[in-house]
Design a protein. Sequence first.
Length: 209
Amino acid sequence: METGIEGLHLYPGQVSATHQRRLVAALAEAMRAAPPYRPRMPRTGKPWSIRQTNLGPLGWLSSPEGYGYGPVHPLTQEPWPAIPQLLLDLWQENIKSLQGPECCLVNLYDSPKARMGLHQDRDEAALDTPVLSLSLGDTCVFRVGGLARSDPTSSFKLASGDVLVLGGPARLRFHGVDRIVPGSSRLLDDTLGHGGRINLTLRRVTKPA
């Protein structure tokens, strides 16, 4: 589906309902080993409205000390669980890179007030590699802007199974989530016992040697 924004590619319903259920089951198991937690903003220490965890060799972290990546869960001090093969296959299908993702950030929008302010994904050394995002569960209203926070923005909806790729000129565009549409999917209710949305963001962090 054309978004009208160079480098921003939307693939509605690319992940089938069967694969969505398999992924949520795999995530439920991974989250028992790496429990979701509520990160805090740099400097202010204000807690986020979402909960997070990670999969893969590196996890993205937010704390009063700043943003960055680390190899272990901040609470358990254990390594992050592996990225499921279904996600690695999805990455290869869309990114077609010899270098696989090193981080799968798991964002849980499990509260009616959960949202994500406009931000850039710029904590990676591999800024030339696209970021791949998969939506699971309730639909969200996604907002995208330009390369400056003050640039004009536009919004569109992301439903369960939709894949969004930010690469090229869109790699550093500001983006965020305005709100979740409660009850728009039963996927998480049926598997996790509660509604809401999960966003999986696959990233290459380091540049190839």
